[in-house]
Design a protein around this ligand. Structure first.
Ligand code: GLU
Length: 440
């Protein structure tokens, strides 16, 4: 059974990059009839906030990425403690006593000699007596995971292909602070084991963490899960953009973007499949394939999102939008107006014009012309194309052309100088209302 997880830290709102990661995990679980878990990474009590946990849930719900289960790291410290104790007993986690200043100095010395700033493992050569002395001085250790230098850090990434890092070129990662609090890496691996996660799907900024975590899984006696690291997201300009960090569900919703548009676009950018508008995500689920993810950054373009959105709106049935339409706007009106919209909310502009009342600003010089139009409107065939029939007759009978022909009609019929295409609008206004407006 495929199990994926989306593991945000509740230290802020989800942005478009996080949403894309959540989506990849959801698609993969759904594609394989598996489970999609939400794991709240709230080990950092200082920075985690409950309002962000609520916002993460609400954002996923809006997107339709409903988790099959939710777990919180802050409720799992006992498990982390047990696994940690076992790793300490096995010698894979060891205490280190250097202060931040000492470590900084060591790093600077190495860099000064042109060497990589890898931790020298001085703590490993401390004797029991040394440690007892340090602890007697009140120094509490932090804890490092001891990398096995004889085993390369390697995995076959579902996006990036074979990956390999030399353990000796990396510092033993700190997994627990002197105050007992956890850094992200070990609890994450413990949870992935405990929750049976089969696929860790995340951004490529985690590749170096994965190298270290591969050995943590092995040290806990488990074959690591499969990993898929998606290339990062960039702005339309192709650069890592600050703006992306502030774009999230609130922004999309306020801009009239449908969840399906976000899902359609983010599912396909950065892959070799074209971006297509799907009101129902089934084809996106069916087609998701990490082998089709590219190594180049994925470009997120808000203009493209707006285009996808319009094409989604054109597919939405009345049921899907009824609670967002003006009161009284029924299925036939929705279907007639829908092809002209880029956002569902624009339906209200059309409805106002269709329903009236209309306050036209009519010039005296146009009154006779409009009276004539009311007469012609009685005569034309309303079942076909009333706007073209009406304007053709008026052109012939009055000799008016261009603006003089069209604008007074638009004003009388809609109360506006600009607006939706009259040929689409006039049948919706309908014969009786149109004649009443022209003769008013
Ligand atoms: N909380 C981590 C993050 O948000 C989780 C990374 C992961 O393992 O997916 O970066």
């Amino acid at each position: 059974m495929v199990v994926t997880r989306f593991a945000p830290s509740p230290t802020g709102r989800l942005h478009v990059g996080n949403i894309r990661t959540a989506l990849h995990n959801w698609l993969w679980a759904r594609r394989n009839g598996g489970r999609f878990l939400l794991r709240i990474d709230d080990t950092d009590a200082e920075r985690s906030e409950e309002r962000y946990v609520d916002a993460i849930r609400a954002d996923l719900a809006w997107l339709g990425l409903t988790p099959d289960a939710e777990v919180r790291q802050s409720e799992r410290f006992a498990l982390y403690g047990e696994r940690f104790d076992a790793l300490v007993a096995a010698g894979r986690v060891y205490p280190a006593y250097e202060t931040a200043q000492e470590l900084d100095l060591k790093r600077k010395i190495l860099l000064g000699r042109g060497l990589p700033p890898v931790y020298d493992r001085a703590a490993l050569s401390l004797t029991d007596v040394d440690r007892a002395k340090l602890e007697a001085d009140g120094i509490r250790p932090h804890w490092r995971f001891r990398l096995d230098h004889d085993t390369p850090l390697a995995w076959d990434d579902l996006v990036r292909g074979p990956q390999r890092f030399e353990a000796a070129t990396m510092s033993d990662p700190v997994v627990r602070r002197a105050d007992g609090s956890w850094l992200y890496m070990l609890p994450s691996a413990i949870d992935d084991i405990d929750m049976g996660v089969t696929h860790v799907v995340r951004g490529e900024d985690h590749v170096s963490n994965t190298a270290l975590q591969v050995q943590m899984f092995e040290a806990m006696g488990v074959t690591p899960p499969a990993f898929a690291h998606a290339a990062l997201l960039t702005g339309a300009e192709g650069k890592l953009s600050k703006r992306l960090g502030s774009l999230g569900v609130d922004h999309f919703r306020d801009a009239g973007i449908e969840p399906a548009a976000v899902v359609s676009l983010l599912s396909r950018i950065g892959t070799s499949d074209p971006v297509e508008p799907f009101a129902d995500p089934a084809p996106l689920i069916e087609g998701v394939d990490f082998a089709r993810f590219g190594r180049a950054p994925a470009r997120f373009d808000e203009a493209e999102l707006a285009q996808v959105n319009a094409r989604i709106v054109h597919q939405l049935g009345h049921d899907a939008v009824a609670d967002r339409l003006p009161a009284g706007m029924g299925e036939s009106e929705w279907l007639a107006v829908r092809p002209n919209l880029t956002r569902v909310a624009e339906a209200a502009d059309w409805w106002r014009v269709i329903e009236g009342p209309i306050m036209g600003d009519i010039a005296d010089a146009d009154r006779a012309y409009l009276a004539q139009a009311a007469v012609e409107a009685e005569a034309i065939d309303w079942a076909a194309d009333p706007w073209h029939a009406l304007t053709a007759r008026l052109k012939a009978t009055t000799g008016r052309t261009g603006k003089a022909l069209f604008l007074p009609l638009r004003r009388a019929l809609t109360g506006l100088d600009h607006g939706p295409d009259m040929a689409t609008l006039l049948p919706l206004i309908g014969r009786d209302r149109a004649i009443a407006r022209l003769s008013a």
